[in-house]
Structures are given as structure tokens and as C-alpha cells.
Design a protein around this ligand. Structure first.
Ligand SMILES: [Ca+2]
Ligand SMILES: [Ca+2]
Length: 299
């Protein structure tokens, strides 16, 4: 993954950004491309906010910021929005919106979150995001809130049995790899356990979110730059025995700065002040001396 324009974001700035993007209001909807296959359920409302330098941290001069977000709140559960897609290995149920049940609370932004169960059999359940392009961009920052209770060891706090991972595709969703393999990195809320290798999990041996998050937590991740046809995938995989409550994902935001088609305005030169000439002092004309009276010649 190219990192030619590595963003100079400090952890504090990104945390501030996470709070800022979560609070962004919804704007114009934008549909993704036509890659949704007939059997896929899909995401629909993808919101785009584009404004020049309006959200911290500021973009480079003359660049624009684009933010896409999904809160899953405009559907009747379990319907998903329609611009993303999901591919789920059996057994059902598949990813959907949810406004009740466990793990609690059911949503970060009410009423809905995306939700998948954690069954007591081997499963591999995937939710793919809308597609977006990071063309001529700085690093994109993904922020989302999630609440998971997935089967994990009660003895070894580093060991998980069922878990969730974040994957990314740069070819429109044909191939995915783990966000860390792709060069991304977590600023906060990263993976907390490693999945057991001896119970048939499709993500055996990988780092993942597993165990009990005890409510919604925030994850912030740098997902890369200068890539087109980008999709994200939330993937829950379970092993051959033992169930959990499931995994909820909400308040998804992706934001990035880009310079495409945004010419830098020519700076207007500051006019140089012309000094006002100091007027020459006025010369007061000398008064003519009064001629002396001519002496009168003697007679
Ligand atoms: Ca929500
Ligand atoms: Ca299990």
C-alpha cells in the first residue's frame, strides 16, 4: 500500500477527529456501484459530507475533506441499507439491523445498529461496506462504535474462540485482507485477543475482537490512501462449539482529505503601501522692505 502522503496525525488529533465525525449530521445520500449480486443484502444510505477544511484535523491547503457515514437508523430491522453488501456462509441468520436483544445496549445511535449473532457452530458472516475511492488522498481515518460479546477463554485473557475482524479490499470487494496486513493500523480500540487454532474457526490464529466489550467502544483505524474501489468488511467467525451474544456495529465514519480537482487559488498579493510624500514646507514670501524715504535735497 502506498504511503506517499503519510498523514501527520497525532493520536490526540485523531481522537478529536473521532468525536467530531461521530457528531457530523447526515447530508446527501450516495449510492455505491453496481457490484451488488442478487443474493446480497445491501446498505443503502451512505452519507457524504464534503467541505473544504471544515473538520479537524485540517486538510492541507486547498484540499477538501470527504466524510461518509452510516448509522443504520433508516431501516426497519432486520433490513440493511442497500449500497453495501454481505456474504454469509451458513447458517443463518445473516447480518442485519437490530434494535433490541443482546448484547446490550442494542445501538450506539438509536434505534438501530448492524448486528450478527455468534452461533455454537462454525460460521463465517461478513458485512461489506459501501465502496469509496481514496484517489489523490491523504490517509483515510475510519471510526466506528461496536459492542461485542463473543465466546472467549475465561482463563486466558489473550485467547478467543469466536471473534470479529476488520478487513479491507482495494479491488471493489473481490479480494480482502486483514486491515493490519494491508498496512492499516489502530489508533484506538484495536484487536484484543488471538483466535484459537484448534476449534475450526475460519479465522484461527488471527488477532480479533473477542470476549466481552461491556457495551459500545470506539475503534479508530488508519485505513490507507491513494486507493480506488475500497471496501471495508466486518467479519464474524465462530468455531465448532460454544455460543456468544453477538456483535453490533454502529456509527461508521470514513473521512479523508484529497486534492483531486481542487485547484489552489492564486494568492492575492498584498498591495504595498505607497508612502505619502511629505509636503515641502511652505515658503513664506519675504515682505519687501519698505523703502526709506528719500532725503529731500537742500534748497
Ligand atoms: Ca445507529
Ligand atoms: Ca464458539
Amino acid at each position: 500500500m502506498r504511503r506517499t502522503t503519510r498523514f501527520a496525525i497525532g493520536a490526540m488529533a485523531v481522537v478529536a477527529l473521532a468525536a467530531a465525525v461521530i457528531s457530523l449530521s447526515r447530508a446527501t445520500g450516495q449510492r455505491a456501484d453496481g457490484l451488488i449480486s442478487p443474493e446480497d443484502t445491501a446498505w443503502d444510505r451512505v452519507d457524504v459530507v464534503a467541505a473544504a477544511g471544515s473538520t479537524p484535523p485540517p486538510c492541507f491547503p486547498c484540499w477538501m475533506r470527504t466524510t461518509m457515514q452510516e448509522n443504520f437508523d433508516f431501516q426497519t430491522p432486520p433490513a440493511l441499507p442497500q449500497s453495501g453488501r454481505q456474504r454469509t456462509c451458513r447458517p443463518p441468520p445473516v447480518w442485519g439491523t437490530s434494535n433490541s436483544g443482546v448484547p446490550v445496549p442494542p445501538a450506539d445511535t438509536p434505534p438501530n445498529a448492524a448486528f450478527i449473532d455468534d452461533p455454537a457452530v462454525v460460521s463465517d458472516k461478513r458485512l461489506d461496506s459501501f465502496q469509496f475511492d481514496l484517489f489523490e488522498s491523504a490517509d483515510a481515518v475510519l471510526t466506528f462504535r461496536h459492542n461485542f460479546n463473543l465466546e472467549a477463554s475465561s482463563v486466558d485473557t489473550n485467547l478467543g474462540y469466536d471473534g470479529g475482524v476488520l478487513e479491507i479490499s482495494y479491488d471493489g470487494g473481490n479480494t480482502f485482507q486483514d486491515i493490519l496486513e494491508a498496512g492499516g493500523f489502530f489508533v484506538m480500540g484495536g484487536y484484543n485477543r488471538t483466535i484459537s487454532t484448534d476449534r475450526g474457526s475460519p479465522i484461527a490464529g488471527r488477532q480479533a475482537w473477542s470476549g466481552d466489550s461491556e457495551g459500545f467502544i470506539t475503534t479508530v483505524v488508519i485505513v490507507g490512501n491513494n486507493q480506488t474501489q475500497t471496501r471495508l468488511r466486518w467479519r464474524m467467525a465462530s468455531d465448532s462449539t460454544g455460543a456468544g451474544e453477538g456483535w453490533r456495529v454502529d456509527a461508521v465514519n470514513v473521512t479523508w482529505c484529497h486534492g483531486e480537482g481542487t485547484p489552489c487559488p492564486t494568492p492575492t498579493p498584498t498591495p504595498t503601501a505607497t508612502p505619502t510624500p511629505t509636503p515641502a514646507p511652505r515658503v513664506t514670501p519675504r515682505s519687501r522692505p519698505t523703502p526709506l524715504p528719500r532725503p529731500t535735497p537742500p534748497r
